[in-house]
Unconditional design. Sequence first.
Length: 265
Amino acid sequence: MSSTSDNPLARFSAFFWAVGVFSLFGVIVLALKLFSSDTSEHNPLEEEAAKARYEFRKTTDEAQAAGFAYKEVEKGKTVQVPPHDIFAHLGESLVSQKPAPVKDDAQIVPGSDTQEDRNNQKGPDMSLVDAKTPAADTPIDPAVMAKGQATYAMCMACHGAAGEGGPVGPPLAESEWVTGPVSNLIRIQLRGLQGPMHIKGQLYTPLAPMTPIIATQDDETIASVLTYIRNSFGNKAAPVLPEQVEMLRSEVGKSMLTEADLIKP
Ligand code: HEC
């Protein structure tokens, strides 16, 4: 036996040393673990792409807020200031989009393994979502319409100021899809839409698909723009609720829809 083990004081101090060294070891392991998981889960490409997207979202939100501004041009005559910035930012984002292989929702590269995994996941039950749609004669909240109108600036370039459609996007005015099942509309916003489409008895074969441009916006924003198109351009239908958008969030990241994926209106 060494003299240390016979000396209670020395034994006591040895015990505290051991606890100290052990804790230090734990702290080092924890720090290494945090540090290594940080570098393995983030790659510079993802970071860059995410940064650009969040920056775009921020400037879009600001531009949309500015879209609500009303200005008195002469005494008694007030006009809504057009949200020009929205068009500028939308254009910039479409031109500069460089998809990166990231796991984050709405940033999944088409055809990637992550997307395949998503596609194979069973989606929510659409009938549960559509069952939440309020009665057709439910009054529409003017504040929701105003918010929806501002957001519609992002859709206007392709679908026309009055939803009449154009060379790029099909009409929304009197489209049976717009006034049809709400789950279709939400899924189109969250996943995009491609391929030929029957609308108002006509076959449309768009030059380019509709990408899910507002999938990164919050539930209220998406619900309001859908409520807006369902109650503008001669359309009349029940509002879309934010909770219905929320129910379908797991659709984000799946591949673009085609007409066959939708419920026939
Ligand atoms: C870049 C152009 C573009 C933008 C921006 C765009 N869309 Fe579309 N949209 C399309 C195209 C193209 C289709 C048809 C896609 C297909 O069938 O291949 C479509 C289809 C639709 C449809 C279903 C068909 C119909 O006409 O009823 C709805 C609803 C719709 N878009 C709503 C919106 C809303 C709401 C926005 C704005 C948040 C929006 N779109 C923004 C191009 C666009």
